[in-house]
Design a protein around this ligand. Structure first.
Ligand code: CAA
Length: 380
């Protein structure tokens, strides 16, 4: 398998790296502190084509492959995971889902705005009692002829208040179980649709996470994605790709923390020498470097599986499981290498450590990834 990046991929990597340094780094600590959504930064990312990276240019997208997207996600996440989660959700859960499964009318109406950042999207699957157990949807979408009547609550929704369009998974026919679930496009401002208060989170504090309440919301039938009952498969297929984005985010968080720790260890002195010369620190750096490279190879493999038309349910689950663990382990060690400074906000690594944790939880916890992986290998 050839992992050599093309000229174009190297350019995208450099563009994302430059953007992270010039646009995301300034104010990243303050935004985290104040839980401030990176509004201007997301607008610019949209203008530069980072919000619809894999979408056909005829819908305003950048027409790139999944590997380019993963590379960009890594670079942005090295600096600001609160911004990169917006990029990930918009690209892989919303734009990819719509481009792959929506009708031409739906694409013209919604996708063309989502790719440019004119508006961003949200993916609404989780509920107070349906997080990992995603088939247990309590939100209902009752068929009323020309529309669905939507009732229920969604939890922990990324882009909860900033999105203009929401892909909502809901149960239409309880008797049919997961085959009675639909995915509906709900526009902000539809009567009966309310947005709850912002969650006060451990990490990715700049990202905008809310509960959503639907109270007799009328959703026109033409806003259903795919055939009647396709909603659960829509969610699962879309999440398989989403997990590549989150795996790349975890990789970036790990790589960002590692780069800071390496630099710091070459500057900070103790016992008369730079601390990288102590084996206790040098061996930590060796482990970090090795694990990050292994995570990167898994992320690239999953991206290439998707680009080459192979099944990527297994490779994306493995990439997310492993990269998120590497993110957690690496950021903890990066704080340790920084010592007392690591515990202080100015040095960034404590924020990266807090941000790392969510990569083991959203878009399927690590335990869910193990269900996906084990079922896949047992079936083979
Ligand atoms: N592609 C297509 N179909 C799939 C699929 C996939 N990847 N995975 C499952 N399915 C299908 C199955 O084939 C089955 O259909 P059939 O009966 O026709 O064969 C159906 O879906 C049900 O599958 P299971 O029997 O395997 O269902 P399950 O109840 O055992 O659960 C699960 C499977 C993998 C655990 C699933 O519930 C799951 O992924 N849970 C985690 C949900 C999740 O990731 N939530 C994240 C929220 S989104 C988020 O975090 C976004 C954000 O804002 C950042």
């Amino acid at each position: 398998m050839d992992f050599t990046l093309s000229e174009e991929q190297l350019m995208i990597q450099q563009a994302a790296r430059d953007f992270a340094q010039t646009e995301l780094l300034p104010g990243v600590i303050e935004r985290d502190d104040a839980q401030k959504f990176p509004e201007e930064q997301i607008k610019k990312l949209g203008e530069l084509g980072f919000l619809g990276m894999m979408v056909d240019p005829k819908y305003g997208g950048s027409g790139l492959d999944t590997l380019s997207y993963a590379i960009a996600m890594e670079e942005l996440s090295k600096v600001d995971a609160s911004s990169s989660v917006v990029v990930s959700v918009n690209n892989s859960l919303v734009c990819w889902g719509l481009e792959t499964f929506a009708s031409e009318e739906q694409k013209q109406k919604f996708l063309t705005k989502l790719t440019t950042g004119e508006m961003i999207g949200a993916f609404c699957l989780s509920e107070p009692e349906a997080g990992s157990d995603a088939t247990s949807q309590k939100t209902t979408a009752i068929d009323k002829g020309d529309h669905y009547l939507l009732n229920g609550t969604k939890n922990w929704i990324t882009n909860g208040s900033t999105a203009g369009v929401y892909l909502v998974i809901a149960q239409t026919d309880v008797e049919k179980g997961h085959k009675g679930i639909n995915a509906l496009i709900v526009e902000k401002g539809t009567p009966g649709f309310e947005i709850g208060p912002k969650e006060n989170k451990l990490g990715i504090r700049g990202s905008d996470t809310h509960s959503l309440m639907f109270n007799d919301v009328k959703v026109p039938k033409e806003n259903r994605i795919g055939e009647d009952g396709f909603g659960f498969k829509f969610a699962m297929k879309t999440l398989s790709g989403g997990r590549i984005g989150i795996a790349a985010q975890a990789l970036g968080i790990a790589a960002g923390a590692y780069e800071l720790a390496l630099k710091y260890s070459k500057e900070r002195k103790s016992f008369g020498t730079e601390i990288c010369n102590h084996q206790a620190i040098a061996f930590k750096l060796a482990d970090m470097h090795t694990e990050i490279e292994a995570a990167r190879l898994l992320v690239y493999k999953a991206a290439l599986d998707k680009d080459n038309g192979n099944n990527y349910d297994l490779s994306s689950a493995m990439a997310k499981l492993f990269a998120s663990k590497v993110a957690m382990d690496t950021t903890v060690e990066a704080v340790q290498i920084h010592g007392g400074n690591g515990f202080v906000k100015d040095y960034h690594v404590e924020r990266l450590m807090r941000d790392a944790k969510i990569t083991q939880i959203y878009e399927g916890t690590s335990e869910i990834q193990k269900i996906v992986i084990s079922r896949s290998i047992i079936k083979q």
